[in-house]
Design a protein around this ligand. Structure first.
Ligand code: SF4
Length: 291
């Protein structure tokens, strides 16, 4: 049996940075919380809790803790509320997310109606809108724009959108905009994970996509993978059943941007264990053949 790990999988730069900041904060402050779970991975959230960094869902729940801003960022209003509490604020917002907020604000100040390609329910998009002082709308590739027209339209993207969607939305906006300015704010981490997953899935009999069931980027990887081979989305090694891997020769692993290495490693070891293979048990994550 060959087990391959997608070349680009697991923690992205922004998530790794946020987790490091949270762990450093745990060492510096007695009480620390993140505003909302720091990433969409329950196991990592629980591990941080054990290290002394819990989480609250709203500003009202904060008493006198140091508060860590997660990688998706927070709204301008929430940021102002936090400032009034006079507590230590540690900003772990991903620099790519901050940059998108800055670009949205600048376009608006230059007189553009700001159009965000993204999921209007996602915290990153909710926060992004709050930094745009003028007109702003959120659209996706299925939006009905038949009653819209723009003199000056400025298009930006939620960092995790795909290039294909951006191209499609640009095509929708050109006929209804006198001037259209496009700033591609898509983060490459998403694209490279999706490409690696597709490549590996094409060469596998079964793919395990590892990550939070609440993680949209992990769910997207599972959707992409399922176009090419049998795919199972799991959060932890405990969900792997012998029946999944019986008689298989080529198994692929991939993981969302919020899945820690130690969970990927546990999945690998579990497959080895239940496949009764002679492959070595004690490995580092780098030793799994990267595809
Ligand atoms: S996906 Fe990109 S923008 Fe989002 S946290 Fe990761 S590195 Fe930052």
């Amino acid at each position: 049996m060959i087990i391959r790990l997608a070349r680009n999988s697991g923690f992205c730069f922004g998530v790794k940075r946020a987790i490091n900041i949270a762990q450093e904060t745990a060492g510096k402050f007695k009480n620390a919380v993140t505003l909302g779970p720091i990433i969409h991975n329950p196991q990592m959230v629980n591990r941080l809790k054990a290290d002394g960094v819990g989480y609250v869902d709203s500003v009202d729940e904060i008493v006198d803790e140091a508060v860590i801003i997660r990688s998706h960022g927070i709204t301008k209003e929430t940021s102002e509320e936090l400032s009034e509490l006079n507590i230590p604020i540690i900003d772990a917002t991903c620099p790519y997310v901050s940059k998108t907020q800055m670009v949205g604000r600048k376009l608006s100040e230059e007189g553009y109606d700001v159009i965000i390609l993204g999921d209007y329910r996602h915290p990153e998009v909710i926060a992004l809108q709050s930094y745009v002082p003028g007109n702003v709308i959120v659209i996706d590739e299925d939006s009905d724009l038949s009653d819209k027209s723009f003199n000056k339209a400025g298009l930006i993207c939620q960092t995790t959108q795909s290039l294909e969607k951006l191209v499609k939305v640009v095509g929708m906006l050109i006929p209804i905009s006198k001037e259209l300015r496009i700033i591609n704010t898509i983060c490459n981490a998403t694209n490279v994970r999706q490409e690696s997953t597709a490549k590996l899935a094409k060469n596998s009999e079964l793919m395990f996509v590892i990550g939070g069931k609440n993680s949209s980027n992990t769910k997207m990887l599972a959707r992409i993978s399922s176009q090419y081979c049998k795919t199972v989305h799991i959060e932890t090694a405990d969900e792997i059943d012998r029946i999944f891997i019986k008689d298989l020769q080529r198994i692929g692993l991939t993981a969302g941007a919020s899945t820690p290495d130690w969970i990927i490693l546990e999945v690998y070891n579990k497959i080895i264990e239940i496949s009764e293979s002679n492959l070595p048990r004690a490995i580092n994550i780098e030793d799994i053949s990267a595809y």
